[in-house]
Design a binder for this molecule. Structure first.
Ligand code: HEC
Length: 119
């Protein structure tokens, strides 16, 4: 009986080893916009997730970016020094904020009219 259990264990170990596979992740391509504060944000924010968590957000107000930074620090445990919060927020608001320059300014749509009027 003992031998059977032992043989089963050996078999399970061998199977587990056979299932091991190695794979290579694709290279990280998303980067943050360069400019003052970019290094700080890269070092403080890209520890846990990629830059596109930041760059794909809707254009947030400065207050919303600040709240986001504080949330990362307090809820998700990001090791952000409290005296860096303003510098981080400045960079985020300047580059990914409501007033940040967009590459191609889009014509403003009149949202008071229903969309079918534009077609
Ligand atoms: C300790 C790890 C950690 C660090 C450091 C960190 N974050 Fe996050 N972040 C998270 C987690 C966890 C989520 C939620 C992930 C999910 O929902 O998939 C998140 C999500 C986000 C999101 C998506 C919106 C949201 O609120 O879920 C944004 C934007 C973001 N982080 C910005 C930042 C910025 C800016 C910094 C630097 C100031 C930062 N993060 C640093 C862990 C971290």
């Amino acid at each position: 009986m003992k031998t059977t259990i032992l043989l089963c264990l050996v078999a399970v170990c061998l199977l587990a080893r056979a299932a091991e596979k190695s794979f290579t992740l694709p290279p990280e391509t998303a980067t943050l916009k360069s400019g003052p504060g970019a290094e700080l944000v890269t070092s403080q924010c890209l520890l846990c997730h990629s830059a596109d968590y930041i760059s794909t957000q809707p254009r947030l107000t400065r207050a919303a970016w600040k709240a986001e930074v504080i949330k990362m620090q307090q809820k998700y445990g990001a090791p952000i020094m409290t005296n860096n919060i303003d510098a981080l927020t400045d960079y985020l608001a300047r580059n990914y904020g409501r007033d940040a320059q967009t590459n191609t300014p889009k014509a403003k749509q009149d949202i008071s009219k229903p969309l079918w009027l534009f077609r």
